[in-house]
Ligand binder design. Structure first.
Ligand code: S3P
Length: 175
């Protein structure tokens, strides 16, 4: 049985793109947790934040993770805030390989400055909001089996590095 793989990382690190590529390359099923939440609720993430609030969204995120994690052979792309709840991190670590995507805050700002669908950056000063969140959260992405610095690499280069690191990790661990 193949375990699951979980991509974690700050908004804009490329979790969805790389998760889809990894799933395609490995023949595993791709699960984008945010898309699943949108599908189940019939609402976009921004609308959920607006109507129900962040606390409600976080509960839904854990609920969805707990539901999908019962299956194996899946690549998960998670929302940037999944690591805020230590329970989610434990759940992922117990059920597969956790891969953290990391980037410098300047890289993230370049990627996110024109984004319209990130409720946590819908703010008078989105750059400052990004910096604050980055400072609060960066340490939380350290609790992963594998870490990849994404800044100046293309998705193809990154996916090769991720796959190489997964092979190394698997050769050192018996599942
Ligand atoms: C969030 C990141 C988003 C989404 C929601 C909250 C966060 O996902 O889950 O807006 O707290 O960092 P992405 O990381 O895919 O943007």
């Amino acid at each position: 049985m193949k375990p699951n793989m979980f991509l974690i990382g700050f908004m804009g690190t490329g979790k969805t793109t790389l998760g889809q590529m990894l799933a395609d390359r490995t023949g595993m099923k791709f699960i984008d947790l945010d898309s699943q939440i949108e599908e189940q609720t019939g609402k976009k993430i921004e609308k959920i934040f607006e109507d129900e609030g962040e606390v409600w969204f976080r509960k839904k995120e854990t609920e969805m993770l707990s539901e999908y994690i019962t299956q194996s052979n899946q690549v998960f792309s998670t929302g940037g805030g999944i690591v805020l709840n230590p329970y989610n991190v434990e759940l992922m670590k117990e059920n597969g390989i956790v891969i953290a995507l990391k980037a410098e805050v300047e890289t993230l700002w370049e990627r996110l400055k024109d984004s319209t669908n990130r409720p946590l950056l819908k703010n008078e000063n989105p750059k400052e909001a990004l910096r604050e969140l980055y400072q609060q959260r960066m340490g939380l992405y350290d609790d992963a089996h594998i870490s990849i610095q994404v800044d100046e690499y293309s998705p193809v280069e990154l996916i090769q590095e991720i796959q190489a690191k997964i092979s190394l990790f698997n050769s050192a661990h018996l599942w």
